[in-house]
Design a protein around this ligand. Structure first.
Ligand SMILES: CC(C)(COP(=O)(O)OP(=O)(O)OC[C@H]1O[C@@H](n2cnc3c(N)ncnc32)[C@H](O)[C@@H]1O)[C@@H](O)C(=O)NCCC(=O)NCCS
Ligand SMILES: Nc1ncnc2c1ncn2[C@@H]1O[C@H](COP(=O)(O)OP(=O)(O)OP(=O)(O)O)[C@@H](O)[C@H]1O
Length: 287
């Protein structure tokens, strides 16, 4: 049963809408929390360590998550009201400002605000999303505006996108999050079948599958084409060798975590898409 099954009957449309927006924001907050708690994620921040990051730890991410959750509610409401991209963009930029205020200027959740924010808007617009519906709505309603929107010239991701002709977060969103639906969700559900009752293992499976697949501009920014190729090959090797089905999966994942840290690599885009995968898994009906 999806989260929305409980939300179908509402005595009053306004109360129903604000209740739904709150529920959507709570699901986004939970998805970000579960992503953070997942370990080992190569190079990424978790409660165990800060991976390849010197300026943030799990506390920074928790403070950021609390600061941006109200904006996910506003994005859900905007989506329900049929708002266009300029309205979503305004709310997204306000969320980025709240994130910076909560973290002392550190970029903990910029990619997540963008992708999860669009999915929250889509969730607000749909009464009971069928499998695939959130991504399809983002693509159909916002795709063109996302691609035509202003480019933030000084963002590291934007620089990497120009230099390496990579699509990055905007192209992924405008296409309706194909990496989430074709890679993240199948890997999460495969992990759950392999290790029933160990959801953390399923999240690790999804994280590695996403790293192996994605053209992650964070990896390009930090390690160039070589760093991206290394990260993808190592993650693909982990999955091809059996992923979390192997009894030594955790030790193997920790070894990879250390080798990413030694190279200062951090697959932030895959981390964002893991959180988005968890959100969609909680909100959409099963196929
Ligand atoms: C598009 C954004 C992400 C600009 O950032 P940038 O130009 O650096 O994009 P880029 O794709 O390179 O990376 C941004 C972040 O996305 C994540 N990311 C990186 N690669 C990928 C990828 N292939 N797929 C998905 N996410 C990725 C990473 O966390 C990265 O830090 C965004 O900050 C923006 O434009 N914000 C304005 C507000 C807005 O429009 N919001 C929409 C509604 S919430
Ligand atoms: N658990 C996580 N650990 C690290 N990064 C994450 C995690 N979850 C998501 N991310 C994403 O990674 C990005 C942060 O990465 P990074 O610090 O490399 O970016 P930057 O501040 O833009 O660049 P840099 O610090 O290299 O100059 C954020 O946009 C965030 O969305």
């Amino acid at each position: 049963m999806s989260l929305f099954s409980a939300l179908r009957v509402s005595p009053d449309e306004d109360i129903g809408r604000s209740f739904r927006s709150d529920t959507i924001a709570r699901a986004a907050e939970r998805a970000l929390r579960l992503e953070l708690e997942t370990y080992p994620k190569p190079g990424l921040v978790s409660p165990i360590d800060s991976g390849s990051h010197a300026d943030m730890d799990a506390r920074t991410f928790r403070a950021s998550n609390a600061a941006i959750t109200p904006f996910f509610r506003d994005l859900a409401t905007a989506g329900a009201e049929g708002a266009g991209m300029p309205v979503l963009r305004r709310i997204g930029l306000d969320a980025e400002a709240a994130m910076r205020a909560a973290t002392g200027g550190v970029n903990t959740h910029r990619g997540a605000i963008f992708g999860l924010g669009l999915l929250c808007a889509a969730a607000g617009a749909l009464t009971r999303p069928a499998a695939g519906a959130l991504g399809a709505l983002v693509r159909d309603r916002y795709g063109t505006a996302i691609l035509d929107g202003p480019v933030l010239l000084h963002a590291p991701g934007a620089r990497a996108r120009r230099r390496h002709r990579a699509g990055g977060a905007p192209v992924e969103a405008a296409a309706g999050f194909p990496s989430l639906y074709c890679v993240g969700l199948p890997a999460l559900r495969r992990g759950r079948r392999i290790r029933p009752g160990d959801d953390a293992a399923a999240r690790v499976e999804a994280c590695f599958a996403l790293i192996a697949h994605l053209e992650d501009t964070n990896l390009l920014h930090r390690g160039g084409a070589e760093g991206l190729a290394f990260a993808r090959a190592e993650a693909a090797g982990f999955i091809a060798a059996g992923g979390v089905a192997r009894s030594d999966w955790r030790a193997r994942a920790e070894t990879l975590h250390r080798s990413f840290v030694a190279r200062h690599l951090s697959p932030g885009g895959a981390a964002d898409l893991l959180a988005m995968t968890l959100f969609v898994d909680a909100i959409e009906d099963r196929p």
